[in-house]
Design a protein around this ligand. Structure first.
Ligand code: DGJ
Length: 744
């Protein structure tokens, strides 16, 4: 809970205080200001203030990050923390914004380098700064050697989310090895009972929420596999204590914009100061900077709220929709798509896809996506990746007839690709066996019978861009499902000198982004989905270039509730694709009704992945009704404010979400029941986020409320009195729409 008083970092030895407002020598530019007398920087945005300053040694020191302060609350000069003993030195204990590893720093550094002569001591001090439209750029430099770091700070005026990154320049006249480079270190107020939340998973079970107290020591969240990974996602949230919940309490949260190997370290030092440092993963890292060369870090985005975990995720959702995704600030809603994968797997043919397309159009699908299997000698996952020509046995006349057919049915056409991979059994690999990540004369580990192309190699980048460009130029394709089905192994880049090889961790990902960027510029109408065997590549880096993501290959509707709940903590439902699929395909062989499956998939961007050739007339009628209903609520679901009324985590027997449109004219309620027990009724649901005085009428998409429920009542009524849904039994689901009928 916020006390209402500003909180400052550090211990009593800090000579920091609230002073009367000092006149600022530089007039505040929008949300950023510099107080020259105190040498402090202040960023204000949304309900957040972020303050740091230059201490008496010249270090950039964290001062405050939390609820927004009053304009007149000026912060006095910042002073370093006195070292308590020779083991807890001032240098180590002072909360720094971006510390080099030097002078005995004991905690996670933001930057660690080795100079050409073997010196590894780096001490960064403030040099200069420049206020920008939404923040400030601060230049630091080593105390004796010309290593310069420009720290970029930008605060979002609406959400208060701060974006931080660092550019490191080698100004010396010798090579410099960067062994570790973070985007930022964030320091939290001195508290002893923080609770850390983070998302872990594995293939087909992503987005599981983990919770642990922050105690002395470090929790390392990371990917070492060259891509974002299923195992851990570069997102965290930290509640001030165990009392923080979905609707109240102080939460600090953040996520990295990087699709390569990354690391976020949450550490509490021996004097209980908590810091979060994140950026490139230092594991196996080594970026040699030639004189004059720069290494830019990814961007680390972070925010604060005093209104609990629900508001933390809503802030992230708003920020992503307004500032990250293609089409910001008003990204397109996701069309209802049909995808062939679970129906046909690799067995795609012109005839088979045409039959599915006709049926998909009949239920209201707007996009038809042909998945894996259409190219090269791709009959299974043993061959064909890399050979991006249309398979003539399956499509004798190319893709044209199918695409025309799909257009004729009123849908647009999407296609699956996996551009960064190659099967050893392919013409591409036979011609260029050295184009993959590998070490000379070492085994080449296969995953799903494929190897990873090294996008850092200029010829590989050119090949990948060229085939995609040609595909999009020659065919009327509205959407690419961009897949990535294995992690890195043997990450060697043998074409360059040994001291350059580890640059692959940055160069390959930068080239991935640059291909996406260039393709989008050349084919501006094409939309892209980031898929990596499900949710292995979801982060704010790739989301700058992709409209949507595929959170998991697990399409079991019940499992999916927890997966989607976890996902929604970090990413907007506006990018979360969710398919209705056949029961037999489910990870758990669980048999749940078609309406249940629809109501689960309607929490995100709705897709259909069923084998429609096996559907009954009743199934078609159900699907048609559900899809029509979805089209009337999708703007609210995808771009509105999400309230997790009952979380689906931890095998909850109940779960419920509510989405409220930005104008608060519509709210959508979904409720799910695993199993009734002992005759107890479903818990009452209390809506949130409605206009209290306005009148809302309620209608059902599916399911019933208890018979005595009002059909029309005020926002206050729905929020305070709540609603009872009449669900009993196993695997039941219900959906309701509240429409504002008038102001009261
Ligand atoms: C993994 C994806 O997650 C699936 O949806 C599907 O596209 C397959 N790859 C195709 O190989």
């Amino acid at each position: 809970m916020t006390s209402g008083l500003p909180r400052f970092f550090g211990v009593s030895a800090f000579a920091i205080g609230l002073l009367l407002a000092l006149p600022s020598t530089a007039a505040p530019i929008q949300n950023a200001s510099y107080n020259e007398a105190a040498k402090t920087f202040r960023l204000d945005g949304g309900n957040v203030s972020y303050i740091f300053g230059v201490n008496e040694r010249g270090e950039l020191q964290a001062i405050y990050w939390g609820g927004r302060l009053q304009p007149g609350d000026a912060v006095g000069a910042v002073k370093s923390v006195a070292g308590r003993t020779s083991f807890e030195s001032s240098r180590s204990e002072t909360p720094q914004e971006f510390a080099g590893w030097g002078q005995g720093l004991q905690w996670e550094p933001a930057l660690k380098v080795t100079f050409a002569d073997g010196n590894r001591d780096l001490v960064l001090h403030y040099v200069s700064h420049k206020l920008t439209a939404s923040g400030v750029d601060v230049v630091l430099r080593d105390i004796s050697l010309d290593v310069r770091v420009t720290l970029h700070y930008n605060i979002d005026a609406e959400t208060g989310i701060v974006a931080r990154s660092a550019d490191v320049v080698n100004g010396t006249n010798a090579k410099l090895l960067v062994e570790q480079e973070a985007a930022a270190t964030w320091s939290l107020p001195h508290e002893t009972d923080y609770v850390l939340h983070y998302l872990t998973g594995r293939w087909s079970a992503e987005w599981q929420m983990q919770t642990r107290p922050v105690t002395v020591g470090a929790t390392v969240l990371e990917s070492r596999v060259g891509s974002t990974s299923h195992a851990e996602n570069p997102w965290f949230s930290i509640g001030r204590n165990a009392q923080v919940n979905e609707t109240s309490g102080d939460v600090w949260f953040g996520e990295l914009g990087w699709s390569g190997s990354w690391r976020i370290t949450v550490e509490q030092d021996t004097l209980q100061q908590v810091r979060i440092t994140g950026g490139y993963n230092p594991f196996d890292f080594g970026y040699t900077l030639a004189p004059g060369e720069t290494l830019s870090s990814p961007i680390f985005y972070a925010g604060h709220t005093d209104a609990g975990y629900g508001e933390a995720s809503r802030l992230l959702h708003r920020f992503q929709l307004a500032h990250i995704l293609p089409g910001t600030p008003h990204p397109q809603v996701r069309p209802v798509l049909y995808n062939s994968w679970e129906a046909t797997e690799f067995n795609v043919t012109e005839e088979g896809q045409t039959a599915l397309a006709e049926k998909a159009a009949s239920i209201g699908a707007e996009r038809f996506v042909m998945d894996d299997g259409w190219f090269g000698q791709r009959v299974n996952d043993h061959a064909g990746l890399g050979d991006w020509y249309v398979n003539k046995q399956k499509f004798p006349n190319g893709l044209r007839p199918l695409i025309d057919k799909v257009h004729g049915l009123g849908m647009d056409f999407g296609l699956w690709v996996e551009p960064e991979m190659v099967n050893p059994n392919s013409d591409l690999y036979r011609a260029h066996p050295d184009w993959i990540l590998h070490f000379n004369d070492r085994p080449r580990t296969e995953g799903r019978n494929q190897l990873v192309l090294n996008l850092a190699v200029p010829e590989v980048r050119a090949y990948v861009f060229h085939f995609l460009d040609e595909l999009l130029t020659d065919n009327e394709i509205a959407f690419l499902k961009w897949d990535y089905n294995r992690p890195w192994t043997e990450p060697g880049w043998t074409q360059v000198d040994a001291d350059q090889q580890k640059k692959v961790y940055v160069a390959a990902v930068d080239n991935f982004y640059s291909i996406l960027k260039e393709l989008r510029a050349k084919h501006p109408k094409v939309e892209i989905e980031s898929c990596s065997s499900g949710g292995g590549r979801v982060d704010l880096g790739v989301l700058r270039y992709t409209e949507e993501v595929w959170p998991s290959d697990n399409t079991d509707a019940f499992d999916r509730l927890a997966i989607q709940d976890g996902f929604s903590n970090a990413y907007t439902p506006g990018v979360m694709m969710a398919w209705v699929t056949d029961v037999r395909n489910n990870a758990d062989s669980r048999n749940v009704s078609l309406p249940y499956r629809f109501l689960v998939a309607m929490q995100g961007g709705l897709g259909i992945g069923n084998n429609l050739n096996k559907w009954s007339p009743e199934d078609f009628a159900t699907a048609k009704g559900m899809i029509a209903a979805y089209k009337g609520i999708r703007e609210t679901v995808q771009h509105g404010s999400l309230y997790r009324l009952i979380s689906a985590q931890n095998n909850s027997p109940y779960s419920a979400t509510e989405s409220v449109s930005n104008d608060r004219k519509q709210a959508v309620l979904f409720a799910y029941l695993h199993s009734s027990q002992d005759g107890y009724p479903y818990p009452r649901l209390f809506l949130q986020g409605l206009d209290p005085k306005a009148v809302y009428s309620v209608r059902s998409i599916y399911g019933k409320m208890s018979p005595d429920t009002l059909t029309t009542a005020s926002g206050d009524y729905w929020m305070h009195h709540g609603v009872d849904v009449g669900m009993r039994g196993d695997f039941q689901a219900a959906g309701f729409v509240f429409e504002r009928t008038k102001e009261q």
